[in-house]
Design a protein around this ligand. Structure first.
Ligand code: SF4
Length: 77
């Protein structure tokens, strides 16, 4: 995968802003709450990620970042 999406669970408060802001429908809130009662998002469709930076920009807790995997070719249709 060209882009690896990382969510820092210890920072996330499950507000869902990243899920709503992502126009590529990459993220979804977990149906299961963690031990703090938070539904942390996960990359439901990581292959859709365009590395637009919106999730990182809008997350109020700096809990999400995208790692660029330089070993992989970027594939866009
Ligand atoms: S915007 Fe940040 S704090 Fe809110 S759900 Fe996404 S990763 Fe968690």
């Amino acid at each position: 995968m060209k882009y690896e999406i990382h969510i820092l669970e210890e920072r996330c408060k499950g507000c869902g802003i990243c899920v709503e802001i992502c126009q590529a429908d990459v993220l979804e809130l977990s149906p299961e709450a963690n031990e703090k009662g938070i539904q942390v998002p996960y990359p439901k469709k990581p292959e859709n990620c365009l590395n637009c930076g919106m999730g990182e920009m809008f997350c109020p807790d700096f809990a999400i970042y995208v790692w660029v995997n330089d070993d992989e070719e970027e594939v866009r249709e």
